[in-house]
Design a protein around this ligand. Sequence first.
Ligand SMILES: [Zn+2]
Length: 93
Amino acid sequence: MTTRVIIKSADWALRTGGGEGAPEAIFIVECMTYHEESDPADDDRLEVELWALKHTGSNPSHRLFKLKTESYWRTAPAPGNPYKEHESSEPLA
Ligand SMILES: [Zn+2]
């Protein structure tokens, strides 16, 4: 027996950036000596850079850090997609 899969799709556009309700990015820095981490900072890399500098100031042998960045993508209906006309994220009947 053969199973057939039909995928119905609509046109969607993908863009980077959080937009409303989400930051553009969240930054965290990790000290690689004992894996201590800074607090996460929304849209402000300077905050974690200062954390790394202060951390080395308090622990002069801790000099290697890993910057972790989370960024967000958002989808939106493209022209021709029925959701674009209805401006709704609710499923269309
Ligand atoms: Zn450290």
